[in-house]
Design a protein around this ligand. Structure first.
Ligand code: ADP
Ligand code: XUL
Length: 611
């Protein structure tokens, strides 16, 4: 198939390596994946990972797993007839925090791959560590404590690196590796994140590519405070000692501060073996959550609520407002000034932008528990309670709420237990075992979860809980399909709930987008990087520094015009190109604005009543 210029996005996740192929109008041509457990069964992983000894908290995957997966993925893309020669840009998403350790021979091996052979057997000697610690690893508690102490506390660490210490974050993982296996640490030439690892493989030119700045924020190692952005000296010293700090910084390498910079061309190995064009460029990979953020092109004050096994909330901001409760990251598609140190040079190159990530354990797990306990395992019955009892007018008063912390939660840290209250005064509200009207059980958990997201996203946006609302929120994940959940989300958050939609040319209608967000998000970035690269070659400086959001909006507008009036008036047509508001706040929404401080007081009360 020939499609004009094409763009490739990869996603090296915990369980699979996925690829999305996009046309230059950003429509998705096709997707292919390699699933680790099923397709690479000889690694014996379950859910893509292996576990250390019982009680160790160690979770990891074999370093050769993604390399073999890349070989197999290439074969599958070829068998499917993907037009490699038309691909002009590639970028990769990777599971966040997870790190890859290169040996001293890595450069030589990467620079001399034989295109007549698969990549994996040739890379056997390229690593100083046989495993990739996974983000689910929790074996690094002592290292987290030492890093926190080194900067004087968790608030200080969050201020410096965007997050308080987390066992899965790369800094603690490197620290543990150095403690456990100092010889292998010493034999490490460079350390990559999964995203920069895949970027390095795609270039295969003898150079280990730099870590992307947005992804670097998931390491507890990157000093995010402007203008001193760089590897955080006190943390380097905590991990490697005063004498080893410089060496550790060298192992970590230079960070890519421009998400659309061309860091190389597609490797000769890919050109000779699969017919990729030498013109195809590679732009920095980024983390999977930053990549999802890009796929939705979240603008300032927009958010994402992902309702998967656990709930994750992303909030896009222009201000750095870190807090130990959540994670702050740099926006994954910033344009770097000529020098990171020189902030004045950033003028005309876009400003610093951030996104914040809140991770909750009590997401679908808790909702499912309530459904099973009170609603015969039926989402329809669960929804019936929600619809019957939800506020219908601005005068309705919310006077019931419930906190379902079945597992110790992350936000609020360590919260556990089930707490239900009835009464419109938080101080005197009655703690109850169960609500009299069983229908209130489903409404109470949803309202409580959504008021939590509103309260904390408001604080991120304004520094003051609940006073500012997100301007739009995207709903993703399994529970995002539930219309009643989306209704409460919209009313409680006080903003439209939106979804990405795609034009189905064969059926002549709009459908919810079913593509893999992470690989699509980085394919957008590859498209943007390619455009800027071509413009720079022509000396068109304005075009070479076009911001990501503007550029994607431009392409979407052109696509809308190209699809014509029939698509614009077809059922389910988007409100903006690519985005449809599935719910907007209804007449009951003001009841939630009035309930925020009441709900916050009850959350504090529940925490104080915890045994
Ligand atoms: P993962 O975190 O594994 O990617 P998904 O995004 O696929 O998870 O979401 C899975 C969750 O979605 C399940 O735990 C289930 O409770 C929830 N879910 C699926 N359908 C519905 C529904 N109709 N209403 C509410 N929750 C749902
Ligand atoms: C985020 C996190 C996970 C991984 C999944 O902090 O640990 O979402 O990024 O791949």
């Amino acid at each position: 198939m020939t499609n004009g210029a094409l763009f490739l996005g990869l996603d090296s996740s915990t369980q699979a390596l996925k690829a999305s192929l996009l046309r230059s109008d950003l429509s998705v041509v096709s997707e292919i994946e390699v699933r680790f457990d099923a397709d690479l069964a000889h690694f014996s992983t379950k859910g893509g990972v292996l576990h250390g000894p019982e009680g160790s908290g160690e979770v990891f995957s074999p370093v050769m797993q993604p390399v073999e997966a890349l070989d197999l993925l290439c074969e599958r893309m070829k068998a499917a007839g993907w037009d490699f020669g038309s691909i002009r840009g590639v970028s990769a998403a990777g599971q966040q925090h997870a790190s890859v350790y290169w040996s001293q021979s890595a450069s030589k091996i990467l620079g001399s791959l034989d295109a007549t052979k698969p990549m994996a057997p040739q890379l056997e000697g390229a690593f100083s560590r046989g495993i990739i610690p996974n983000w689910q690893d929790s074996s690094t508690k002592p290292e987290c404590r030492a890093m926190t102490a080194a900067v004087g506390g968790k608030t200080e660490l969050a201020q410096l690196t965007g997050s308080s210490a987390h066992t899965r974050f790369t800094g603690a993982q490197i620290f543990k590796f150095r403690n456990d296996d100092p010889k292998a640490y010493a034999a490490t030439s460079r350390i990559s994140l999964v995203s920069s690892f895949i970027t390095t493989l795609m270039c295969a030119d003898g150079e280990v590519k730099g870590i992307d700045e947005s992804d670097a924020c998931g390491m507890n190692l990157w000093n995010m405070s402007s203008p001193t952005r760089g590897w955080a000296q006190p943390i380097l010293e905590a991990i490697a000692g005063k004498d080893g700090a410089e060496d550790l910084a060298a192992k970590l390498g230079t960070v890519e501060t421009d998400g659309g910079r061309v860091v190389g061309n597609i490797g000769r190995w890919f050109q000779e073996r699969y017919g990729f064009s030498p013109e195809c460029v590679v732009v920095p990979g980024t983390g999977d959550n930053p990549a999802t953020f890009l796929s939705l092109v979240l603008r300032e004050s927009e958010g994402l609520v992902s309702l998967g096994t656990s709930d994750v909330v992303l909030v896009s901001t222009a201000a750095y407002n870190p807090h130990p409760e959540f994670h702050a990251f740099f926006h994954p598609a910033m344009i770097a000034p000529p020098s990171v140190q020189d902030t004045s040079a950033r003028e005309g190159h876009g400003q610093l932008r951030y996104f914040n990530m809140l991770v909750y354990k009590s997401g679908s797990l808790a909702r499912e528990h309530v459904r099973d306990q009170y609603f015969d395992k039926s989402w329809d019955k669960f929804n019936e309670g929600v619809e019957r009892l939800r506020p219908k007018t601005a005068d309705d008063v919310i006077n019931r709420t419930a906190f379902w912390w079945l597992l110790p939660d992350i936000i609020p840290a360590g919260a556990h237990g089930v707490f239900k209250y009835e009464g419109s005064d938080a101080a005197t509200a009655k703690r109850v075992e169960a609500f009299e009207d069983v229908g209130a059980e489903s409404l109470a958990i949803l309202e409580s979860q959504m008021l939590n997201y509103r309260s904390r996203s408001g604080a991120i946006l304004s520094g003051e809980a609940g006073s500012v609302t997100l301007s739009r929120v995207y709903a993703t994940g399994g529970a995002g399909k539930n219309p009643s959940i989306c209704n409460i989300m919209s009313d409680a958050l006080g903003c439209p709930v939106s979804k990405s939609v795609d034009w189905d040319a064969a059926k002549g209608r709009w459908t919810d987008a079913h593509w893999n967000d992470c690989s699509v998000g980085v394919a957008y970035k590859a498209r943007w990087g390619w455009e800027r690269h071509v413009a720079a070659q022509k000396g068109d400086n304005a075009r070479a520094s076009v911001p990501f959001d503007d550029y994607i909006a431009e392409i979407r507008k052109a696509r809308k015009a190209a699809l014509g009036p029939a698509a614009a008036s077809a059922p389910g047509a988007p409100d903006e190109e690519g985005v449809r508001n599935i719910v907007v706040p209804g007449p009951g929404a003001p009841a939630y604005t009035k309930a925020i401080s009441w709900w916050q007081a009850l959350e504090a009360r529940a925490l104080s009543e915890m045994e």
